[in-house]
Ligand binder design. Sequence first.
Ligand SMILES: Cc1cc2nc3c(=O)[nH]c(=O)nc-3n(C[C@H](O)[C@H](O)[C@H](O)COP(=O)(O)OP(=O)(O)OC[C@H]3O[C@@H](n4cnc5c(N)ncnc54)[C@H](O)[C@@H]3O)c2cc1C
Length: 374
Amino acid sequence: MDFAVTPEQQQILDSVDRFARLRLPPGEVRRRDAAHLPPYDLLPEMGAMGLFALPVPVRQGGLGADWVTVALTQERLGWHAYMAASIFNRVVGFGIMSLLTYANSEQIAALLPRLLAGEALVALALTEPEAGSDAAAVRTRAERTPGGWRIHGRKIWISDANGASHLLTVARAEEGITLFLVPRQAAGIAMTELPKVGNNAMPSWDIGFDAVEVDGSALLGAPGTGFRHLMSTLHFSRASMAATVTGCAQAAVDAALAHAKARVQFSKPIGSFQAIRHRIADMQMRVDLSRHAVRHLAWLISTGQPCRREASQAKVVATETLQFVSDAGMQILASAGYSAESDMQRYWRDGRLYSFGEGSNEIQRDLIARELGL
Ligand SMILES: Cc1cc2nc3c(=O)[nH]c(=O)nc-3n(C[C@H](O)[C@H](O)[C@H](O)COP(=O)(O)OP(=O)(O)OC[C@H]3O[C@@H](n4cnc5c(N)ncnc54)[C@H](O)[C@@H]3O)c2cc1C
Protein backbone atom coordinates (compact mmCIF):
# COMPACT_ATOMS: atom_id res chain seq x y z
CA MET A 1 0.00 0.00 0.00
CA ASP A 2 1.44 3.34 -1.09
CA PHE A 3 0.24 6.42 0.79
CA ALA A 4 1.87 8.93 -1.57
CA VAL A 5 -0.52 11.12 -3.54
CA THR A 6 0.35 10.74 -7.23
CA PRO A 7 0.71 13.80 -9.51
CA GLU A 8 -2.59 12.79 -11.23
CA GLN A 9 -4.39 12.59 -7.88
CA GLN A 10 -2.89 15.93 -6.85
CA GLN A 11 -4.25 17.52 -10.06
CA ILE A 12 -7.74 16.28 -9.20
CA LEU A 13 -7.46 17.55 -5.61
CA ASP A 14 -6.25 20.93 -6.90
CA SER A 15 -9.28 21.17 -9.18
CA VAL A 16 -11.57 20.25 -6.26
CA ASP A 17 -9.92 23.04 -4.21
CA ARG A 18 -10.42 25.56 -7.03
CA PHE A 19 -14.06 24.52 -7.49
CA ALA A 20 -14.84 24.67 -3.77
CA ARG A 21 -13.08 28.00 -3.20
CA LEU A 22 -15.06 29.53 -6.06
CA ARG A 23 -18.50 27.94 -5.54
CA LEU A 24 -18.61 26.86 -1.91
CA PRO A 25 -16.36 29.13 0.15
CA PRO A 26 -17.15 29.02 3.91
CA GLY A 27 -19.59 31.96 3.76
CA GLU A 28 -21.53 30.34 0.94
CA VAL A 29 -21.69 27.01 2.78
CA ARG A 30 -23.09 28.87 5.82
CA ARG A 31 -25.58 30.72 3.63
CA ARG A 32 -26.82 27.53 2.01
CA ASP A 33 -27.06 25.76 5.35
CA ALA A 34 -29.07 28.62 6.85
CA ALA A 35 -31.30 28.88 3.76
CA HIS A 36 -31.70 25.07 3.46
CA LEU A 37 -30.37 25.34 -0.09
CA PRO A 38 -28.93 22.10 -1.54
CA PRO A 39 -26.15 22.36 -4.13
CA TYR A 40 -28.14 20.75 -6.98
CA ASP A 41 -27.27 23.74 -9.16
CA LEU A 42 -23.58 22.78 -8.94
CA LEU A 43 -24.06 19.25 -10.29
CA PRO A 44 -23.46 20.15 -13.97
CA GLU A 45 -20.21 21.93 -13.07
CA MET A 46 -19.06 18.95 -11.00
CA GLY A 47 -19.98 16.74 -13.95
CA ALA A 48 -18.07 18.92 -16.42
CA MET A 49 -15.01 18.71 -14.14
CA GLY A 50 -15.14 14.93 -14.57
CA LEU A 51 -15.70 14.25 -10.87
CA PHE A 52 -18.53 11.76 -11.39
CA ALA A 53 -16.53 10.01 -14.12
CA LEU A 54 -13.72 9.08 -11.72
CA PRO A 55 -14.84 5.53 -10.80
CA VAL A 56 -16.32 4.72 -14.22
CA PRO A 57 -14.27 2.55 -16.61
CA VAL A 58 -12.84 4.37 -19.63
CA ARG A 59 -14.78 2.09 -22.06
CA GLN A 60 -18.00 3.41 -20.46
CA GLY A 61 -17.05 7.04 -20.84
CA GLY A 62 -15.33 7.44 -17.49
CA LEU A 63 -11.85 8.24 -16.25
CA GLY A 64 -11.13 4.79 -14.82
CA ALA A 65 -9.62 6.11 -11.59
CA ASP A 66 -9.13 3.69 -8.72
CA TRP A 67 -11.13 3.90 -5.49
CA VAL A 68 -8.19 5.44 -3.61
CA THR A 69 -8.46 8.43 -5.95
CA VAL A 70 -12.23 8.54 -5.44
CA ALA A 71 -11.78 8.44 -1.65
CA LEU A 72 -9.17 11.22 -1.72
CA THR A 73 -11.57 13.34 -3.78
CA GLN A 74 -14.47 12.63 -1.42
CA GLU A 75 -12.38 13.48 1.62
CA ARG A 76 -11.31 16.79 0.07
CA LEU A 77 -14.90 17.66 -0.88
CA GLY A 78 -15.96 16.76 2.68
CA TRP A 79 -13.29 19.05 4.09
CA HIS A 80 -14.53 22.01 2.04
CA ALA A 81 -18.27 21.41 2.19
CA TYR A 82 -20.01 18.26 3.38
CA MET A 83 -23.03 19.21 1.28
CA ALA A 84 -21.00 18.85 -1.95
CA ALA A 85 -19.51 15.54 -0.81
CA SER A 86 -22.94 14.25 0.11
CA ILE A 87 -24.39 15.06 -3.31
CA PHE A 88 -21.32 13.51 -4.96
CA ASN A 89 -21.94 10.31 -2.97
CA ARG A 90 -25.56 10.21 -4.07
CA VAL A 91 -24.67 10.53 -7.78
CA VAL A 92 -21.79 8.06 -7.53
CA GLY A 93 -22.95 5.66 -4.80
CA PHE A 94 -26.67 5.24 -5.43
CA GLY A 95 -26.54 6.22 -9.10
CA ILE A 96 -23.39 5.23 -10.94
CA MET A 97 -22.18 2.29 -8.82
CA SER A 98 -25.69 0.78 -8.74
CA LEU A 99 -25.95 1.03 -12.53
CA LEU A 100 -22.49 -0.42 -13.09
CA THR A 101 -23.07 -3.28 -10.63
CA TYR A 102 -26.54 -4.55 -11.52
CA ALA A 103 -28.28 -2.59 -14.30
CA ASN A 104 -28.64 -3.90 -17.86
CA SER A 105 -26.92 -2.30 -20.84
CA GLU A 106 -30.03 -0.34 -21.94
CA GLN A 107 -30.45 1.14 -18.46
CA ILE A 108 -26.77 2.06 -18.35
CA ALA A 109 -26.96 3.66 -21.81
CA ALA A 110 -30.06 5.63 -20.81
CA LEU A 111 -28.88 7.03 -17.48
CA LEU A 112 -25.09 6.84 -17.14
CA PRO A 113 -24.29 9.75 -19.53
CA ARG A 114 -26.76 11.97 -17.65
CA LEU A 115 -25.28 11.04 -14.28
CA LEU A 116 -21.76 11.71 -15.56
CA ALA A 117 -22.85 15.11 -16.83
CA GLY A 118 -24.49 16.05 -13.52
CA GLU A 119 -27.90 16.13 -15.19
CA ALA A 120 -29.41 13.32 -13.12
CA LEU A 121 -29.48 12.44 -9.44
CA VAL A 122 -30.55 9.20 -7.75
CA ALA A 123 -32.03 9.16 -4.24
CA LEU A 124 -32.26 5.89 -2.29
CA ALA A 125 -35.85 5.16 -1.22
CA LEU A 126 -35.40 2.30 1.24
CA THR A 127 -36.48 3.36 4.74
CA GLU A 128 -40.13 3.09 5.79
CA PRO A 129 -41.96 3.89 9.01
CA GLU A 130 -41.71 0.22 10.07
CA ALA A 131 -38.44 -0.62 8.28
CA GLY A 132 -35.38 1.25 9.53
CA SER A 133 -32.44 -0.93 10.57
CA ASP A 134 -34.55 -3.94 9.64
CA ALA A 135 -34.48 -3.04 5.97
CA ALA A 136 -35.84 -6.44 4.93
CA ALA A 137 -39.14 -5.49 6.60
CA VAL A 138 -40.16 -3.10 3.78
CA ARG A 139 -43.88 -3.19 3.04
CA THR A 140 -44.00 -1.10 -0.13
CA ARG A 141 -45.53 -3.42 -2.73
CA ALA A 142 -44.83 -3.85 -6.42
CA GLU A 143 -47.42 -5.62 -8.55
CA ARG A 144 -47.08 -6.62 -12.16
CA THR A 145 -49.25 -4.83 -14.72
CA PRO A 146 -49.57 -5.61 -18.45
CA GLY A 147 -47.05 -2.84 -19.22
CA GLY A 148 -44.74 -3.09 -16.21
CA TRP A 149 -45.28 -2.53 -12.49
CA ARG A 150 -47.52 -0.66 -10.06
CA ILE A 151 -45.99 0.48 -6.76
CA HIS A 152 -47.87 1.28 -3.53
CA GLY A 153 -46.38 2.27 -0.20
CA ARG A 154 -44.61 4.89 1.83
CA LYS A 155 -40.96 5.81 2.32
CA ILE A 156 -39.53 8.18 4.91
CA TRP A 157 -36.34 10.15 5.42
CA ILE A 158 -35.43 10.03 1.74
CA SER A 159 -32.59 12.50 1.24
CA ASP A 160 -32.56 14.83 -1.74
CA ALA A 161 -35.71 13.29 -3.23
CA ASN A 162 -36.77 16.75 -4.41
CA GLY A 163 -33.60 17.20 -6.47
CA ALA A 164 -33.56 13.63 -7.73
CA SER A 165 -34.38 12.54 -11.26
CA HIS A 166 -34.93 8.97 -10.02
CA LEU A 167 -35.76 7.17 -6.80
CA LEU A 168 -33.90 3.89 -6.32
CA THR A 169 -36.97 2.28 -4.77
CA VAL A 170 -36.94 -0.87 -2.69
CA ALA A 171 -40.26 -2.71 -2.90
CA ARG A 172 -41.66 -6.15 -2.22
CA ALA A 173 -42.76 -8.08 -5.31
CA GLU A 174 -44.18 -11.61 -5.36
CA GLU A 175 -40.62 -12.95 -5.77
CA GLY A 176 -39.25 -10.90 -2.85
CA ILE A 177 -37.41 -7.61 -2.39
CA THR A 178 -36.98 -5.90 -5.77
CA LEU A 179 -35.32 -2.69 -6.95
CA PHE A 180 -36.88 -0.12 -9.26
CA LEU A 181 -35.50 3.05 -10.73
CA VAL A 182 -38.65 5.16 -10.50
CA PRO A 183 -38.72 8.54 -12.30
CA ARG A 184 -39.28 11.11 -9.57
CA GLN A 185 -41.98 12.86 -11.61
CA ALA A 186 -44.07 9.68 -12.01
CA ALA A 187 -47.78 10.20 -11.36
CA GLY A 188 -48.85 9.06 -7.87
CA ILE A 189 -45.74 10.26 -6.02
CA ALA A 190 -46.49 12.78 -3.24
CA MET A 191 -43.74 14.26 -1.09
CA THR A 192 -43.69 16.12 2.23
CA GLU A 193 -40.50 17.60 3.68
CA LEU A 194 -39.41 16.43 7.15
CA PRO A 195 -38.00 19.09 9.50
CA LYS A 196 -34.78 17.99 11.22
CA VAL A 197 -31.73 18.91 13.34
CA GLY A 198 -28.97 19.24 10.74
CA ASN A 199 -27.82 18.50 7.21
CA ASN A 200 -30.02 21.37 6.13
CA ALA A 201 -28.69 21.34 2.59
CA MET A 202 -29.76 17.70 2.20
CA PRO A 203 -33.55 17.86 2.57
CA SER A 204 -35.38 14.74 3.80
CA TRP A 205 -38.72 13.61 2.44
CA ASP A 206 -41.69 11.49 3.35
CA ILE A 207 -42.85 9.95 0.05
CA GLY A 208 -46.19 8.34 -0.71
CA PHE A 209 -46.39 5.93 -3.66
CA ASP A 210 -50.04 5.77 -4.65
CA ALA A 211 -50.39 3.26 -7.49
CA VAL A 212 -47.26 4.58 -9.21
CA GLU A 213 -47.05 2.99 -12.67
CA VAL A 214 -43.64 2.29 -14.19
CA ASP A 215 -42.77 0.35 -17.32
CA GLY A 216 -40.54 -2.72 -17.43
CA SER A 217 -37.39 -0.64 -17.96
CA ALA A 218 -37.65 0.58 -14.35
CA LEU A 219 -36.92 -2.88 -12.97
CA LEU A 220 -33.27 -3.20 -11.85
CA GLY A 221 -32.04 -6.78 -11.93
CA ALA A 222 -34.46 -9.69 -11.70
CA PRO A 223 -37.48 -9.57 -9.35
CA GLY A 224 -36.49 -10.85 -5.91
CA THR A 225 -32.79 -9.96 -6.25
CA GLY A 226 -33.08 -6.51 -4.70
CA PHE A 227 -31.55 -7.25 -1.35
CA ARG A 228 -28.55 -9.06 -2.80
CA HIS A 229 -27.96 -6.19 -5.22
CA LEU A 230 -28.22 -3.56 -2.51
CA MET A 231 -25.71 -5.48 -0.39
CA SER A 232 -23.33 -5.73 -3.37
CA THR A 233 -22.78 -1.96 -3.45
CA LEU A 234 -22.71 -1.27 0.29
CA HIS A 235 -18.91 -1.19 0.45
CA PHE A 236 -18.96 1.72 -2.03
CA SER A 237 -21.45 3.76 -0.02
CA ARG A 238 -19.71 2.97 3.28
CA ALA A 239 -16.34 3.94 1.81
CA SER A 240 -17.89 7.16 0.48
CA MET A 241 -19.44 8.06 3.80
CA ALA A 242 -16.25 7.27 5.71
CA ALA A 243 -14.12 9.36 3.33
CA THR A 244 -16.38 12.42 3.36
CA VAL A 245 -16.89 12.29 7.11
CA THR A 246 -13.11 12.09 7.59
CA GLY A 247 -12.75 15.27 5.52
CA CYS A 248 -15.37 16.99 7.65
CA ALA A 249 -13.65 15.77 10.84
CA GLN A 250 -10.34 17.23 9.65
CA ALA A 251 -12.11 20.54 9.01
CA ALA A 252 -13.39 20.47 12.61
CA VAL A 253 -9.88 19.85 13.97
CA ASP A 254 -8.48 22.64 11.78
CA ALA A 255 -11.13 25.06 13.08
CA ALA A 256 -10.42 24.08 16.71
CA LEU A 257 -6.68 24.47 16.16
CA ALA A 258 -7.08 27.91 14.59
CA HIS A 259 -9.28 29.03 17.48
CA ALA A 260 -6.86 27.62 20.09
CA LYS A 261 -4.07 29.74 18.54
CA ALA A 262 -6.13 32.91 18.20
CA ARG A 263 -8.25 33.03 21.37
CA VAL A 264 -6.47 34.68 24.30
CA GLN A 265 -7.55 34.18 27.93
CA PHE A 266 -5.46 34.82 31.05
CA SER A 267 -3.10 36.71 28.68
CA LYS A 268 -2.27 33.51 26.76
CA PRO A 269 -3.62 31.73 23.71
CA ILE A 270 -5.92 28.99 25.03
CA GLY A 271 -3.85 26.52 22.99
CA SER A 272 -1.06 26.95 25.54
CA PHE A 273 -3.21 25.28 28.23
CA GLN A 274 -2.52 21.59 28.50
CA ALA A 275 -6.21 20.69 28.68
CA ILE A 276 -6.73 22.22 25.23
CA ARG A 277 -3.44 20.95 23.74
CA HIS A 278 -4.17 17.35 24.74
CA ARG A 279 -7.72 17.55 23.50
CA ILE A 280 -6.53 18.76 20.10
CA ALA A 281 -3.83 16.06 20.00
CA ASP A 282 -6.52 13.42 20.67
CA MET A 283 -8.71 14.92 17.95
CA GLN A 284 -5.97 14.79 15.30
CA MET A 285 -5.01 11.24 16.29
CA ARG A 286 -8.58 10.09 15.82
CA VAL A 287 -8.83 11.76 12.40
CA ASP A 288 -5.56 10.18 11.26
CA LEU A 289 -6.81 6.75 12.37
CA SER A 290 -10.03 7.34 10.48
CA ARG A 291 -8.08 8.38 7.37
CA HIS A 292 -5.99 5.20 7.56
CA ALA A 293 -9.13 3.06 7.86
CA VAL A 294 -10.57 4.80 4.78
CA ARG A 295 -7.38 4.50 2.70
CA HIS A 296 -7.07 0.83 3.61
CA LEU A 297 -10.68 0.18 2.60
CA ALA A 298 -10.20 2.14 -0.65
CA TRP A 299 -7.09 0.09 -1.41
CA LEU A 300 -8.98 -3.17 -0.79
CA ILE A 301 -11.74 -2.01 -3.16
CA SER A 302 -9.21 -0.88 -5.78
CA THR A 303 -7.41 -4.23 -5.67
CA GLY A 304 -10.64 -6.23 -5.76
CA GLN A 305 -10.21 -7.83 -2.35
CA PRO A 306 -12.99 -8.76 0.09
CA CYS A 307 -13.70 -5.82 2.39
CA ARG A 308 -17.03 -6.32 4.16
CA ARG A 309 -15.53 -6.03 7.64
CA GLU A 310 -13.24 -3.13 6.69
CA ALA A 311 -16.18 -1.25 5.10
CA SER A 312 -18.19 -1.46 8.32
CA GLN A 313 -15.12 -0.63 10.40
CA ALA A 314 -14.27 2.46 8.34
CA LYS A 315 -17.88 3.66 8.57
CA VAL A 316 -17.94 3.26 12.36
CA VAL A 317 -14.47 4.74 12.95
CA ALA A 318 -15.06 7.76 10.71
CA THR A 319 -18.56 8.63 11.92
CA GLU A 320 -17.62 8.31 15.60
CA THR A 321 -14.47 10.33 14.95
CA LEU A 322 -16.51 13.19 13.55
CA GLN A 323 -18.79 13.10 16.59
CA PHE A 324 -15.78 13.01 18.93
CA VAL A 325 -13.92 15.88 17.26
CA SER A 326 -16.95 18.10 16.68
CA ASP A 327 -18.05 17.66 20.31
CA ALA A 328 -14.51 18.44 21.52
CA GLY A 329 -14.43 21.34 19.06
CA MET A 330 -17.61 22.76 20.58
CA GLN A 331 -15.89 22.68 24.00
CA ILE A 332 -12.77 24.42 22.67
CA LEU A 333 -14.68 27.10 20.79
CA ALA A 334 -17.17 27.44 23.67
CA SER A 335 -19.48 30.41 23.01
CA ALA A 336 -17.87 31.03 19.59
CA GLY A 337 -18.85 27.48 18.60
CA TYR A 338 -22.37 27.77 19.96
CA SER A 339 -23.01 30.76 17.72
CA ALA A 340 -25.32 29.86 14.84
CA GLU A 341 -22.70 31.40 12.54
CA SER A 342 -19.93 28.99 13.52
CA ASP A 343 -18.95 26.08 11.29
CA MET A 344 -18.32 23.91 14.35
CA GLN A 345 -21.99 23.79 15.34
CA ARG A 346 -22.80 22.68 11.79
CA TYR A 347 -20.23 19.85 11.93
CA TRP A 348 -21.67 18.88 15.34
CA ARG A 349 -25.31 18.93 14.18
CA ASP A 350 -24.63 17.28 10.84
CA GLY A 351 -22.30 14.64 12.30
CA ARG A 352 -24.94 13.40 14.72
CA LEU A 353 -26.72 11.69 11.83
CA TYR A 354 -23.94 9.55 10.43
CA SER A 355 -23.54 7.02 13.27
CA PHE A 356 -27.10 5.81 12.70
CA GLY A 357 -27.72 6.81 9.06
CA GLU A 358 -26.74 4.48 6.19
CA GLY A 359 -26.75 1.42 8.46
CA SER A 360 -26.47 2.22 12.16
CA ASN A 361 -23.18 1.64 13.95
CA GLU A 362 -24.85 -1.00 16.13
CA ILE A 363 -25.70 -2.93 12.96
CA GLN A 364 -22.13 -2.34 11.64
CA ARG A 365 -20.70 -3.77 14.87
CA ASP A 366 -22.92 -6.82 14.45
CA LEU A 367 -21.60 -7.24 10.89
CA ILE A 368 -18.01 -6.89 12.09
CA ALA A 369 -18.60 -9.52 14.79
CA ARG A 370 -20.20 -11.81 12.20
CA GLU A 371 -17.17 -11.43 9.92
CA LEU A 372 -15.03 -12.42 12.92
CA GLY A 373 -17.02 -15.64 13.19
CA LEU A 374 -19.41 -14.72 16.03
C1 LIG B 1 -31.43 12.88 7.93
C2 LIG B 1 -31.66 11.48 7.50
C3 LIG B 1 -31.41 11.10 6.19
C4 LIG B 1 -31.70 9.80 5.76
N1 LIG B 1 -31.55 9.49 4.43
C5 LIG B 1 -32.05 8.31 3.98
C6 LIG B 1 -32.12 8.04 2.56
O1 LIG B 1 -31.69 8.84 1.72
N2 LIG B 1 -32.68 6.88 2.15
C7 LIG B 1 -33.17 5.96 3.03
O2 LIG B 1 -33.67 4.94 2.59
N3 LIG B 1 -33.10 6.17 4.39
C8 LIG B 1 -32.57 7.33 4.86
N4 LIG B 1 -32.53 7.59 6.22
C9 LIG B 1 -32.98 6.56 7.16
C10 LIG B 1 -31.81 5.96 7.94
O3 LIG B 1 -31.03 5.15 7.11
C11 LIG B 1 -32.43 5.24 9.16
O4 LIG B 1 -32.70 6.26 10.10
C12 LIG B 1 -31.50 4.21 9.74
O5 LIG B 1 -31.48 3.09 8.89
C13 LIG B 1 -31.98 3.75 11.12
O6 LIG B 1 -33.32 3.42 11.11
P1 LIG B 1 -34.32 4.04 12.22
O7 LIG B 1 -34.08 5.48 12.29
O8 LIG B 1 -35.67 3.56 11.91
O9 LIG B 1 -33.82 3.42 13.59
P2 LIG B 1 -34.19 1.95 14.23
O10 LIG B 1 -33.97 0.92 13.20
O11 LIG B 1 -35.55 2.11 14.82
O12 LIG B 1 -33.13 1.86 15.33
C14 LIG B 1 -33.20 2.53 16.58
C15 LIG B 1 -31.98 2.14 17.42
O13 LIG B 1 -31.98 0.72 17.65
C16 LIG B 1 -30.76 0.18 17.19
N5 LIG B 1 -31.01 -1.16 16.64
C17 LIG B 1 -31.95 -1.52 15.73
N6 LIG B 1 -31.84 -2.83 15.45
C18 LIG B 1 -30.80 -3.30 16.18
C19 LIG B 1 -30.17 -4.58 16.32
N7 LIG B 1 -30.58 -5.64 15.63
N8 LIG B 1 -29.14 -4.69 17.17
C20 LIG B 1 -28.70 -3.62 17.87
N9 LIG B 1 -29.24 -2.38 17.78
C21 LIG B 1 -30.28 -2.23 16.95
C22 LIG B 1 -30.26 1.12 16.10
O14 LIG B 1 -28.88 0.99 15.91
C23 LIG B 1 -30.67 2.47 16.70
O15 LIG B 1 -29.72 2.87 17.63
C24 LIG B 1 -32.19 8.86 6.69
C25 LIG B 1 -32.40 9.22 8.02
C26 LIG B 1 -32.16 10.50 8.43
C27 LIG B 1 -32.45 10.88 9.86
